[in-house]
Design a protein around this ligand. Structure first.
Ligand code: NAP
Length: 401
């Protein structure tokens, strides 16, 4: 789509985008900012009340409390968890990010993983010491007061019959996904009735949880309470959310978290966008466009130029950065895409809600050869012409030259 005019507009937009952004500032500095572009006004006026920490924010007419790191300064966290041992079970992407952040925050955290598994070695590489703060799963659960179940979702189900009896009264069970308890009919994860069960789900990979913490920012997370026997489950979830490295926390339910998460990743976040890329690329190729042209007009310009603009300041900002020609056509066609795709999204949401997606995940992850099967699918994707063309396009970037 890049015409000369749109490229000029894009360059202008990129210059504007490189100025300090609302997301990078506190709400106070945003409110105090005397000269801000109109697009930023919307974000500022959505803010209706601020105390230190908890805020009520107007999300397009829906007022919601947002909890933030300032509610739980480090001293308060240390005091709150002074009698707790946080036993982090599993050391995949989330275990790594959440575990290291908890450790850096000074909390009493231990890791529990299979001895001699890949995670054990990774934990050792990250400085966890066998017998001091690195144990096998049973021993860690025995020592822990807050059991943070960060095994893969399939492993949570597989290990549940073994783990459940160790979750005795007084302990707290923590998840980062509502998957296991919500779909208990398929996973078998029926939680004990006499313990608090809470969730903090970071909106990003564990690597990002770690990176944003180290940058002093913090990831957005949702938190939820599945079962509150102590009357303290809600505040415990908020505190843990901050302790693992969240900047802001939105309250949800286990059900809503898992439904939206499974739906989103199958839709716009991953599956849907991949499908759109493939369809657009194929039509370009069938009409005689070269692989590089088809890739650039489908993926490269999207990920390198336009999607970051949406992320920085919204869809209207991206449209405003493009030529009149591009804008006119895009706005017209967006309606057709929406109408055509909505039934697909409805089908997808239904498939999530009824547990069909869970069933499929459990069956797939339950296969002995699932790692090999997954690798085979990745190989097929890597070998698709579109992604091979992409590799060549990326090789031209200065940083890859
Ligand atoms: N990754 C994300 O972006 C993300 C984001 C938000 C929430 N979450 C949620 O966070 C949780 C953890 O996800 P993750 O991606 O960090 O984990 P993961 O990579 O899927 O799983 C990691 C852990 O599971 C262990 N494991 C697998 N099978 C096992 C078995 N049969 N017995 C014992 N341990 C087993 C692995 O240990 P070995 O090395 O010993 O195999 C590893 O430590 C999940 O509930 C997930 O939905 C993930």
């Amino acid at each position: 789509m890049a015409s000369a005019r749109s490229s000029r507009a894009l360059r202008l937009a990129l210059r504007q985008a490189s100025a300090p952004r609302v997301q990078q500032r506190t709400f106070i500095s945003a409110v105090n900012s005397a000269s801000r572009p109109a697009v930023k006004q919307a974000a500022v006026s959505s803010f209706v009340q601020q105390a230190r920490g908890v805020k009520t924010v107007d999300f397009a007419g829906d007022k919601e409390k947002v909890y933030e790191r300032d509610d739980w300064p480090r001293d308060k966290l240390l005091e709150y968890f002074k009698n707790d041992t946080l036993a982090l079970i599993g050391y995949g992407s989330q275990g790594h990010g959440q575990g290291l952040n908890l450790r850096d925050n000074g909390l009493n955290v231990i890791v529990g993983v299979r001895k001699n598994g890949a995670s054990w070695k990774e934990a050792e590489q990250d400085g966890w010491v066998a017998g001091t703060n690195l144990f096998d799963i049973d021993e860690a659960i025995g020592k822990g007061t807050i059991i943070m179940n960060l095994l893969s979702d399939a492993a949570q189900s597989e290990t549940w019959p073994h783990i459940k009896p160790m979750l005795t009264k007084g302990k707290t069970l923590y998840f980062s996904h509502g998957f296991s308890p919500v779909f208990k009919a398929q996973t078998g994860v029926e939680v004990p009735k006499d313990i608090d069960v809470i969730l903090v789900a970071p909106k990003g990979s564990g690597r990002t949880v770690r990176t944003l913490f180290r940058e002093g920012r913090g990831i957005n997370s949702s938190f939820a309470v599945f079962q509150d026997v102590t009357g303290k489950a809600d505040e415990k979830a908020q505190a843990l959310g901050v302790a693992i490295g969240s900047g802001y926390l939105y309250k949800t339910t286990f059900e809503k978290e898992v439904h939206s998460d499974l739906y989103g990743e199958r839709g716009c976040l991953m599956g849907g966008i991949h499908g759109m890329f493939l369809a657009q690329y194929e039509v370009l190729r069938e009409n005689g466009h070269s692989p590089s042209e088809a890739f650039n007009e489908t993926v490269e310009e999207a990920t390198q130029s336009l999607y970051p603009l949406i992320g920085q300041n919204g869809m209207d900002y991206m449209y405003a950065a493009c030529s009149t020609t591009a804008r006119r056509g895009a706005i017209d066609w967006s309606k057709k895409f929406k109408d055509t795709l909505k039934p697909v999204f409805e089908e997808l949401y239904d498939s999530v809600k009824t547990g069909k997606e869970t069933q499929r995940t459990m069956e797939y992850a339950g296969r002995k050869d699932y790692r090999e099967a997954f690798e085979k699918e990745m190989e097929e994707i890597r070998e698709m012409e579109i992604w091979r063309a992409g590799k060549a396009v990326r090789s031209l970037r200065p940083e890859n030259a």
